[in-house]
Design a protein around this ligand. Structure first.
Ligand code: AMP
Ligand code: GLY
Length: 425
């Protein structure tokens, strides 16, 4: 079976890597892929834009691609699944209608309210004055969100009313383009965040192991927000009791409500949850895809062949599958980033020592293979160095040991990935 993976991050490298562990998979083609996917056996890159649906479909049909797995939200929100399915291709990832669950926060909020899913109290605005007077009436802290996709930059957790007002101004001034036509203002929730990624065929929904990522750039979870500086799984805060409640109160309700709207949602439904100190939870957001870097710690622990699960979702027979099997133990990934990220940074720095990093799996994120066949940096988050072990101390120690041999100019990484779980072991 030949599979085409859409995307170029660490998540897509991890998806390709996991799929290639199965002898059923002849070849994986990554569009456009990165230096990691260019270097794996039975894997190659195809240099096309993720939203060039026509070229992707022509290639997939000509090359007998059996299955297309879509990584990022942007092509999903633009309707890649609808487009490729109309050409007769099999696609894992929701339709454009389904992807609204991530692509419009106002739409997702309305769905949660309709479904009775626990979530932060919110109001939606189409102009600044009304939004600002709402913020004044509510007081701070308060959360201001651009409605649409903003590459993770559309959310401000405002500590003061003034910060919230500035965020409202920025959004309505067009900083996020059409993503800023609406503003969602939310009550600020306190607690720990956890990511529950679930696989669904539109009827049945099954969670993967819960994971936690580290969004802030600095140690102790301080400083600017990033795309994620590290992650670990399974997150102990999501106890079996809590996961059972997430299943009935979030995942099943979401799928039933999507279905009632005529949306046949097949792919990943990712619920970002805030767990309060009392052990209650509310949904912060839904995503319509695998999380990054959560996928890089979930897939190393997955024992059931990934393609079997994906095909069961696409063919709507997830309910007939045996329970998803997992390896015991834990996984942790540390992101090696380019100096300056999440601000400006340089690209094209030669990376050495990846092959010498023994005992870890190095997923590439922002890398590419240059003309001299060297792996060079090509993004802010460069590598995801992933360790596994019987427990978190082993997995985390392994990741940091692996990192020691890796070098590129300007490399930096957080030294405290997993600090919460290390306190608990
Ligand atoms: P979102 O894209 O909606 O998940 O928001 C991005 C990040 O902003 C989340 O991962 C949280 O860290 C934070 N955030 C979003 N909504 C809230 C909220 N209601 N209360 C506190 N923090 C939030
Ligand atoms: N790790 C956060 C996300 O994938 O959205």
């Amino acid at each position: 079976m030949k599979v085409l993976v859409v995307g170029n991050g660490g998540r897509e490298h991890a998806l390709a890597w996991k799929l290639l562990q199965s002898q059923q998979i002849e070849e994986v083609v990554c569009v456009p892929g990165n230096g990691g996917t260019a270097s794996m056996a039975r894997c190659h890159n195809l240099s096309l834009a993720v939203d060039d649906f026509e070229s992707i479909s022509q290639y997939a049909i000509a090359q007998d691609i059996h299955l297309v797995v879509v990584g990022p939200e942007v092509p999903l929100a633009k309707g890649i699944t609808d487009y490729l399915q109309a050409k007769g291709l099999m696609v894992f990832g929701p339709s454009k209608a389904g992807a609204q669950i991530e692509a419009s926060k106002a739409w997702a909020k309305a769905l949660m309210q309709e479904a009775g899913i626990p979530t932060a109290k919110a109001a939606v605005f189409t102009e600044a004055a009304a939004a600002k007077s709402y913020v004044k009436a509510q007081g701070a802290p308060i959360v201001v969100k651009a409605d649409g996709l903003a590459a993770g930059k559309g959310v401000t957790v405002a500590e003061t009313v003034e910060q919230a007002e500035n965020a409202i101004e920025t959004i309505f001034q067009g900083q996020f383009g059409s993503a800023g036509e609406f503003v969602v203002i939310e009550e600020c929730l306190q607690g720990q965040e956890v990511s529950v990624l679930a696989l669904t065929d539109g009827l049945t929904i099954r969670p993967l192991l819960p994971a936690q990522d580290h969004k802030r750039v600095g140690e102790g979870d301080t400083g600017e927000n990033t795309g994620g500086m590290g992650a670990y799984a399974p997150a102990p805060i999501a106890t079996p009791e809590l996961m059972a409640r997430v299943q009935t109160d979030v995942l099943e309700k979401a799928i039933a409500t999507l279905k009632s709207k005529g949306i046949d949602y097949r792919g990943v439904l990712y619920a970002g949850l805030m767990i309060t100190p009392e052990g209650n939870f509310k949904v912060l957001e839904f995503n319509c895809r695998f999380g990054d870097p959560e996928t890089q710690v979930i897939l190393p622990l997955l024992a059931t062949p990934l393609e079997e699960l994906i095909l069961a979702c696409v063919e709507q027979r997830l309910g007939e599958m045996p329970p998803i099997a997992w390896h015991s133990g834990a996984a942790a990934t540390v992101v090696a980033a380019s100096g300056g990220y999440p601000g400006d940074y340089e690209k094209g720095k030669v990376i050495t020592g990846i092959n010498e990093a023994t005992g870890v799996t190095v997923f590439h994120a922002g890398t590419k293979l240059n003309e001299q066949q060297q792996i060079v940096t090509d993004g802010g988050r460069v590598l995801n160095v992933t360790g596994t072990g019987e427990n978190f101390s082993q997995a985390i120690a392994q990741a940091y040991t692996g990192l020691k041999s890796i070098q590129f100019e300007g490399i930096y990484y957080r030294k405290d990935i997993g600090h919460r779980v290390l306190k608990e072991v």
